[in-house]
Design a protein around this ligand. Structure first.
Ligand SMILES: Cc1cc2nc3c(=O)[nH]c(=O)nc-3n(C[C@H](O)[C@H](O)[C@H](O)COP(=O)(O)O)c2cc1C
Ligand code: SF4
Ligand code: SF4
Length: 263
């Protein structure tokens, strides 16, 4: 069984492909499920596929895994994480979450995919050319990773980047306490009230309301999204908006959007 989480489609693509290539079944992680459970058959393996947020598995995913009830110890357990650049010590940190449940992480693989985080000055999306280059490299890597999963290889094959320990344990803590917020989201007059942002939010953090107070003072009427404070900055609402009507403070202005698609 493969459990996966994806904000903008990169990890969904990797999960879909690994499921196809290893002939495995796929289940979407619902971070809002209070008591999730999975039933593994005898000798079944368990894979986790998700993005890396600040050099670790997203907290909503590791919290979900901590709550997860599993009927049996998997025959083989692996992590396949997607990132824009590198993952630091994501596997080791995630291994501790599993160890607390009596499960050993046998393998970890990273897949460098187009960037989705643009909420800070200096952070930008990949050019179309760079995004295509990354996706093509991942498409080439997937069959050999699937083959290694198939033979239950015990390995950590990830791009760690510089200062991996510092990033995974120190920067990550600062990132969650200082930078993860939905207070800076707002919509511009480009909003067409379609409600897609609310639909794609994995945390159910957005509702549509007519009482929208536009910080830019526009008089445009109609339903607009309201963010309710339970956000992990996955950026799904921002990137999926069909009219690029969502902004995050000044940081996202003019940076464009990205969701996974095959070119
Ligand atoms: C909140 C957030 C934090 C991120 N942190 C990292 C990071 O530490 N290292 C990295 O290489 N990419 C980072 N990224 C980029 C994503 O990991 C990458 O684009 C991933 O493939 C997105 O997967 P998804 O499309 O399945 O959501 C971050 C993205 C977000 C939204
Ligand atoms: S997805 Fe964009 S256009 Fe649609 S309601 Fe949300 S902000 Fe408005
Ligand atoms: S509000 Fe937007 S950024 Fe926050 S969790 Fe929902 S979709 Fe992701």
């Amino acid at each position: 069984m493969i459990l996966y989480f994806s904000g903008c489609g990169n990890s969904k693509f990797v999960a879909d492909e690994l499921a196809r290539l290893t002939n495995d079944r796929l289940t979407l992680i619902n971070p809002m499920e209070p008591t999730p459970s999975v039933t593994l058959s005898a000798d079944e393996s368990l894979g986790f596929v998700c993005p890396v947020y600040s050099w670790a598995v997203p907290r909503i995913v590791s919290d979900y895994v901590s709550r997860l009830k599993i009927n049996a110890i998997p025959s083989y357990t692996y992590l396949a994480c997607t990132c824009g650049d590198n993952v630091g010590r994501t596997p080791e940190r995630f291994a501790k979450v599993l160890k607390a449940k009596g499960i050993m992480l046998d393998a970890a693989f990273s897949f460098v995919m187009p960037e989705t985080y643009i909420n800070l000055k200096g952070f930008k999306l990949d050019t179309d050319e760079n995004a295509a280059r990354k996706i093509n490299a991942v498409r080439e890597r997937l069959p050999q990773v699937a083959e290694r999963i198939g033979r239950h290889e015990k390995v950590v094959d990830v791009v760690r980047g510089k200062a991996p320990w510092l990033n995974t344990y120190v920067t990550n803590a600062l990132f969650y306490s200082l930078l993860i917020t939905d207070k800076k989201f707002y919509t511009t007059d480009r909003c067409i009230s379609c409600g897609l942002c609310a639909k794609v939010c994995p945390l159910g953090n957005i509702t549509m309301s007519g009482d929208y107070a536009d910080p830019q003072g526009s008089a445009k009427q109609g339903l607009r999204p309201i963010w309710h404070g339970n956000c992990t900055n996955c950026m799904a609402c921002y990137h999926h908006c069909p009219n690029n009507a969502i902004q995050f403070g000044k940081a996202t202005q003019g940076k464009g959007q990205y969701t996974f698609k095959l070119i």
